[in-house]
Design a protein around this ligand. Structure first.
Ligand code: HEC
Length: 132
Protein backbone atom coordinates (compact mmCIF):
# COMPACT_ATOMS: atom_id res chain seq x y z
CA UNK A 1 0.00 0.00 0.00
CA UNK A 2 2.86 2.32 0.69
CA UNK A 3 4.29 2.47 -2.79
CA UNK A 4 1.13 3.59 -4.60
CA UNK A 5 0.68 6.26 -1.97
CA UNK A 6 4.18 7.57 -2.48
CA UNK A 7 3.68 7.50 -6.23
CA UNK A 8 0.48 9.43 -5.84
CA UNK A 9 2.26 12.00 -3.71
CA UNK A 10 5.03 12.22 -6.22
CA UNK A 11 2.58 12.50 -9.11
CA UNK A 12 0.73 15.20 -7.22
CA UNK A 13 3.94 17.09 -6.63
CA UNK A 14 4.95 16.78 -10.25
CA UNK A 15 1.53 17.97 -11.30
CA UNK A 16 1.81 20.97 -9.00
CA UNK A 17 5.26 21.63 -10.41
CA UNK A 18 3.93 21.52 -13.94
CA UNK A 19 1.20 23.95 -13.08
CA UNK A 20 3.58 26.60 -11.75
CA UNK A 21 6.58 25.71 -13.87
CA UNK A 22 6.80 27.21 -17.32
CA UNK A 23 5.12 30.57 -17.80
CA UNK A 24 3.03 30.84 -20.96
CA UNK A 25 4.46 32.62 -24.01
CA UNK A 26 2.04 35.56 -23.68
CA UNK A 27 3.53 36.41 -20.28
CA UNK A 28 6.90 36.66 -21.97
CA UNK A 29 5.44 38.58 -24.88
CA UNK A 30 4.53 41.44 -22.57
CA UNK A 31 8.04 41.53 -21.13
CA UNK A 32 9.41 41.38 -24.64
CA UNK A 33 7.29 44.32 -25.78
CA UNK A 34 8.46 46.36 -22.79
CA UNK A 35 12.17 45.47 -22.82
CA UNK A 36 13.28 44.04 -26.12
CA UNK A 37 11.07 45.27 -28.96
CA UNK A 38 12.89 48.61 -29.26
CA UNK A 39 15.82 46.75 -30.76
CA UNK A 40 14.57 43.31 -31.74
CA UNK A 41 11.27 44.51 -33.21
CA UNK A 42 7.65 43.96 -32.16
CA UNK A 43 7.70 40.36 -33.42
CA UNK A 44 11.37 39.66 -32.71
CA UNK A 45 12.61 39.88 -36.27
CA UNK A 46 15.38 42.31 -35.45
CA UNK A 47 13.61 45.32 -36.92
CA UNK A 48 12.85 47.55 -33.93
CA UNK A 49 12.96 51.35 -34.16
CA UNK A 50 16.43 51.45 -32.59
CA UNK A 51 17.82 48.62 -34.72
CA UNK A 52 19.50 50.76 -37.36
CA UNK A 53 21.86 52.37 -34.84
CA UNK A 54 23.45 49.01 -34.00
CA UNK A 55 26.28 47.15 -35.64
CA UNK A 56 26.00 44.19 -35.54
CA UNK A 57 22.25 44.49 -35.83
CA UNK A 58 19.92 43.09 -33.18
CA UNK A 59 19.49 39.41 -33.94
CA UNK A 60 16.39 38.07 -35.68
CA UNK A 61 15.07 36.13 -32.72
CA UNK A 62 12.67 34.03 -34.81
CA UNK A 63 15.66 32.14 -36.22
CA UNK A 64 17.43 30.89 -33.10
CA UNK A 65 16.50 27.24 -33.56
CA UNK A 66 19.32 25.11 -34.98
CA UNK A 67 18.73 21.61 -36.30
CA UNK A 68 15.31 21.62 -34.70
CA UNK A 69 16.64 22.48 -31.26
CA UNK A 70 15.92 25.77 -29.50
CA UNK A 71 19.12 26.66 -27.61
CA UNK A 72 17.53 27.34 -24.24
CA UNK A 73 20.69 27.51 -22.15
CA UNK A 74 22.35 29.86 -24.61
CA UNK A 75 19.34 32.17 -24.88
CA UNK A 76 18.98 32.38 -21.11
CA UNK A 77 22.63 33.24 -20.59
CA UNK A 78 22.63 35.88 -23.31
CA UNK A 79 19.61 37.62 -21.79
CA UNK A 80 20.84 37.62 -18.20
CA UNK A 81 24.38 38.45 -19.24
CA UNK A 82 25.87 35.33 -17.68
CA UNK A 83 27.65 34.17 -20.83
CA UNK A 84 28.06 36.12 -24.04
CA UNK A 85 30.66 33.86 -25.63
CA UNK A 86 30.43 33.96 -29.41
CA UNK A 87 28.22 37.02 -29.73
CA UNK A 88 29.69 39.22 -32.43
CA UNK A 89 29.00 42.49 -30.65
CA UNK A 90 28.64 43.95 -27.19
CA UNK A 91 25.45 45.93 -27.72
CA UNK A 92 22.94 43.54 -26.31
CA UNK A 93 22.10 44.92 -22.86
CA UNK A 94 22.23 42.67 -19.79
CA UNK A 95 18.95 42.07 -18.04
CA UNK A 96 20.24 40.27 -14.97
CA UNK A 97 18.92 42.79 -12.48
CA UNK A 98 15.57 43.21 -14.17
CA UNK A 99 15.09 39.49 -14.17
CA UNK A 100 15.43 38.74 -10.50
CA UNK A 101 12.50 37.32 -8.60
CA UNK A 102 10.69 34.06 -7.97
CA UNK A 103 12.19 31.13 -9.74
CA UNK A 104 10.52 28.38 -11.72
CA UNK A 105 12.11 25.08 -12.71
CA UNK A 106 13.23 25.06 -16.33
CA UNK A 107 14.79 22.22 -18.29
CA UNK A 108 17.49 23.96 -20.27
CA UNK A 109 18.07 20.93 -22.44
CA UNK A 110 20.08 18.59 -20.24
CA UNK A 111 17.04 17.09 -18.51
CA UNK A 112 17.90 18.83 -15.24
CA UNK A 113 15.43 21.37 -13.90
CA UNK A 114 17.28 24.60 -13.19
CA UNK A 115 15.68 27.27 -11.01
CA UNK A 116 15.20 30.21 -13.36
CA UNK A 117 13.77 33.66 -12.60
CA UNK A 118 10.18 33.63 -13.77
CA UNK A 119 10.49 36.66 -16.12
CA UNK A 120 13.50 35.06 -17.78
CA UNK A 121 11.61 31.78 -18.21
CA UNK A 122 8.64 33.69 -19.61
CA UNK A 123 10.84 35.47 -22.15
CA UNK A 124 12.35 32.16 -23.14
CA UNK A 125 8.90 30.59 -23.58
CA UNK A 126 7.90 33.50 -25.79
CA UNK A 127 11.06 33.30 -27.90
CA UNK A 128 10.60 29.56 -28.24
CA UNK A 129 7.03 30.15 -29.45
CA UNK A 130 8.06 32.55 -32.23
CA UNK A 131 10.62 30.28 -33.89
CA UNK A 132 9.96 29.90 -37.60
C1 HEC B 1 19.48 48.18 -26.99
C2 HEC B 1 19.14 47.18 -27.99
C3 HEC B 1 18.73 45.79 -27.50
C4 HEC B 1 17.78 45.47 -26.58
C5 HEC B 1 16.89 46.41 -25.77
C6 HEC B 1 17.75 44.03 -26.51
N1 HEC B 1 18.68 43.50 -27.36
FE1 HEC B 1 19.02 41.52 -27.69
N2 HEC B 1 20.56 41.99 -28.94
C7 HEC B 1 20.86 43.28 -29.37
C8 HEC B 1 21.93 43.22 -30.33
C9 HEC B 1 22.56 44.41 -31.03
C10 HEC B 1 22.24 41.86 -30.48
C11 HEC B 1 23.27 41.31 -31.47
C12 HEC B 1 24.34 40.55 -30.85
C13 HEC B 1 25.55 41.28 -30.45
O1 HEC B 1 25.54 42.35 -29.82
O2 HEC B 1 26.59 40.74 -30.74
C14 HEC B 1 21.36 41.12 -29.59
C15 HEC B 1 21.36 39.73 -29.41
C16 HEC B 1 20.42 39.01 -28.71
C17 HEC B 1 20.39 37.57 -28.57
C18 HEC B 1 21.45 36.62 -29.10
C19 HEC B 1 21.01 35.81 -30.26
C20 HEC B 1 22.11 34.83 -30.61
O3 HEC B 1 22.86 35.13 -31.54
O4 HEC B 1 22.23 33.80 -29.97
C21 HEC B 1 19.28 37.26 -27.85
C22 HEC B 1 18.80 35.87 -27.44
C23 HEC B 1 18.63 38.50 -27.50
N3 HEC B 1 19.36 39.54 -28.03
C24 HEC B 1 17.49 38.60 -26.76
C25 HEC B 1 16.99 39.79 -26.23
C26 HEC B 1 15.89 39.88 -25.31
C27 HEC B 1 15.05 38.69 -24.82
C28 HEC B 1 15.75 41.19 -24.98
C29 HEC B 1 14.82 41.80 -23.96
C30 HEC B 1 14.89 41.27 -22.60
C31 HEC B 1 16.75 41.93 -25.72
N4 HEC B 1 17.48 41.05 -26.47
C32 HEC B 1 16.92 43.30 -25.68
C33 HEC B 1 20.28 44.44 -28.95
C34 HEC B 1 19.29 44.55 -27.99
Amino acid sequence: MRIPLICLGLAGTLLACTEVSMPEPDEGQQLFAANCAQCHGPTGQGDGPWASSFSPKPTDLTKLTRDGVFPRARVLSVIDGYDRTGLPGKEMPEFGLLLEGDTVPVDVGDGVLTPTPRPLAALMAYLESIQE
